[in-house]
Design a protein around this ligand. Sequence first.
Ligand code: DGL
Length: 242
Amino acid sequence: MGFFDSGLGGLCILDAFRRMCPGESTIYIADSANCPYGNRPPEEIVRLSVANTERLLGEGCKMVVVACNTATAAAIDVLRAKWPEVPFVGLEPAVKPAALKSRTGVVGVLATAGTFGGRLYRETKAKFAKDVTVVATVADEFVDLVERGETSGPDAERTVRAKLEPLLAAGCDMLVLGCTHFPHLKPLMEKVADGRAALVDPSDAVARQARRVLSARGMLAPGASEPFHRFARTGASGANMV
Ligand code: DGL
């Protein structure tokens, strides 16, 4: 099973998948050398996503999870067209469950500019968020925090508070984590929200979808196999296995 993200964010998807499918081997590419993807033009994100996918398929992956909302928005159609025989699972902000659960009728979505600019988000919002107000917030600062490993402490809390307080003041009772870096900041976000809003983390739903696709295609690993897990992080000098 191959996974890639612009960096460390998608590890939350990988963790959920490994919990659900302990028999599957995994390879994860963190493209940290090119992180963030959020403000790159779509063509560039496509180029990087194709390179990550080529590498995963070259390592023998049977399926690819695009563990990044931004890469999904820009590139999943291209990846599916280029490799029609490979199943791809991607991510988009979980607007639908948030809209269904909201009591205030105001839903906050945190994501990158690239995700908000994509067709998937536009279509999902038009379809499932007709009856609620959606407050969209770009939170690139959260990506930087997670890449630096700074997921706690007073500075990180200040950054999280600065993004969340306006959403809470606008009446949001659901906060959609529309970027895979953001679940890594859940403890801080929960502290700041202090019961005023629920966080909508799609990690388990994505892992379930990946398992469903594997099972529907008869691609689940045979029970007796011994799984391995590899992690690769691109660095200044290119792709380094670490
Ligand atoms: N983790 C990525 C996502 O889910 C985005 C982070 C970035 O800007 O690179 O959208």
